[in-house]
Design a protein around this ligand. Structure first.
Ligand code: AMP
Ligand code: ZN
Length: 469
């Protein structure tokens, strides 16, 4: 299997440190807000990586952190802690904020069929490990104290910038005004911050009460659960130049050698070809998708259409197209389920080979999905092909197994105001599906779509959803 390693800027043959076992660390969410579809794209990538490794037979240990302290509003280690700020705004405690957004985060990733990593590590539960890490760095001369915290001296670490290829001198020249005069280099970052008076989240340390810097949590928790050297570290591309560069500096300074073998990063999701931001009102969540009648798995399907190292542009039009295509994909898969034709074993083996070549080529999922579509569209309908699709779905995670009952159920629309004409069409389609007249069923679905009615298959049956755009 080949994977692209950000550190070497090359596709490399993946060789696990221990034979048959993989240890992965994924940067998780900062739980002060709902995850937006961009964040979720990165977790879909993380999940695909997991599933491909599992398909390839690896056993694994996978850690994801939950940042519930230490992530400051500004990347220059200034400003308030994101959780503390939200807690004040919502008149709640930071712990209540973290619990609430963590719960919603897991609901979101469950709905996207993203498998949960084996170990979920909360920053606030690992203060001891972080302090040990910081104390070690201070003892070795890599950390120094200022009036507001302990900082990492990047000038002392030779390899700084190797992940992103940034040159320290260039960075220095381009750096904005150094807001903290006590720092030796503008890019020195906080390992530990001294808590200002009245700060809600604080713990005792050799330097008085305080709280950890954001970057130290991943180094400390990764080491605790995965050891001094592990296989893969994932995150979004925005983490390359600061967060991951800082993690490398801390870990390598303390351990004297690299902690991670392969660094893998997911590219960004754009919205309307631009950045997502609160001020633009385009930081859409799963709840926003649902309000418009789209299913989480259709969003997953949308993500799978782009390679994880390419940018992907989200528009409502593209989301609509993904929903239609996803529904057709499921229907097509179901058409194979009860069919009795036999397919030559060479055909099945050829599909499987192509699929496996795609997924092991640096997770070429768009290609793998295309191959799954060729199976769906295969003229002769056959249960053997359905079984093959189920095998592919171990990687794709599109919920083919759950498609059947919900699609064939006699459920009626959830809208009371469905016109008799629309209800009649829905009934006709159900009948056509029962009789396996897939073409007729598809035609009716298209007709309904033109009328602004989208059919959503739910565990309770077929639901008609009105599009509001
Ligand atoms: P955060 O909760 O802000 O730390 O972000 C969680 C994850 O989402 C990180 O791995 C980020 O790199 C990633 N991320 C943030 N914005 C986007 C985006 N627009 N597209 C893809 N991933 C993103
Ligand atoms: Zn991290």
């Amino acid at each position: 299997m080949k994977v692209y390693n950000t550190l070497t800027r090359k596709k490399e043959e993946f060789e696990s440190i221990q034979s048959g076992k993989v240890r992965i660390y994924s940067c998780g969410p900062t739980v002060y807000n709902y995850a937006h579809v961009g964040n979720l794209r990165t977790y879909v990538f993380m999940d695909i990586l997991r599933r491909v490794l599992k398909y390839e037979g690896y056993e694994f240990k996978h850690v994801m952190n939950i940042t519930d302290v230490g992530h400051l509003v500004s990347d220059a280690d200034e400003g308030e802690d994101k959780l503390v700020k939200t807690a004040k705004e919502q008149k709640k405690s930071p712990w209540e904020i973290a619990d609430y957004y963590t719960r919603i985060f897991f609901e979101d990733i469950d709905s996207l069929n993203i498998e949960r990593p084996e170990i979920i590590a909360k920053a606030t539960e690992h203060i001891k490990e972080m302090l040990e890490f910081v104390e070690g760095l201070v003892e070795m001369g890599y950390g120094y104290e200022t009036s507001d915290g302990i900082y990492f001296d990047i000038g002392k670490f030779e390899g700084y910038g190797k992940l992103s290829g940034i040159n320290l001198e260039e960075q220095l020249a381009g750096a904005r005004v150094n807001v903290n005069e006590e720092k030796r280099h503008p890019a020195d970052f906080a390992l530990w911050k001294k808590a200002p008076k009245g700060h809600i989240m604080q713990w005792p340390s050799p330097w008085g009460m305080g709280y950890p810097g954001w970057h130290i949590e991943c180094s400390a928790m990764g080491r605790k659960y995965l050891g001094d050297f592990f296989d893969i570290h994932t995150g979004g591309v925005d983490h390359i130049p600061i967060h991951h560069e800082n993690e490398i500096a801390q870990s390598e300074a303390l351990l004297g050698k690299p902690a991670v073998k392969y660094w893998m990063h997911g590219e960004f999701l754009l919205v309307d070809n631009g950045k997502m931001s609160k001020s633009l009102g385009n930081t859409y969540t799963i709840a926003d998708l649902k309000k418009k009648g789209f299913s989480s798995l259709a969003y997953r399907y949308f993500c799978l259409n782009a390679h994880y190292r390419n940018k992907l542009n989200f528009t409502w039009e593209a989301m609509k197209a993904a929903q239609v295509s996803y529904d057709r994909f499921l229907e097509g898969a179901l058409a194979h389920k009860k069919a009795i034709n036999s397919v030559p074993s060479e055909v099945i083996a050829a599909f499987k080979k192509e699929f496996e070549e795609a997924i092991t080529d640096d997770l070429n999922i768009p290609k793998a999905l295309g191959i799954a579509w060729n199976v769906v569209r295969y003229d002769s309908k056959s249960k053997e092909l359905y079984d093959l699709l189920m095998e592919f779905d171990n990687v794709l995670g599109l919920g083919i197994d759950k498609a059947e009952e919900k699609a064939l159920d006699e459920g009626k629309g959830s809208y009371d105001e469905l016109s008799p004409e629309i209800q009649e069409l829905i009934d006709k389609r159900q009948k056509a599906r029962k009789e396996k007249s897939w073409k007729v069923a598809d035609e009716i679905r298209d007709k309904l779509k033109d009328m602004g009615i989208l059919l959503e298959d739910t565990p309770q049956g077929v639901k008609a959803v009105k599009r509001d755009s």
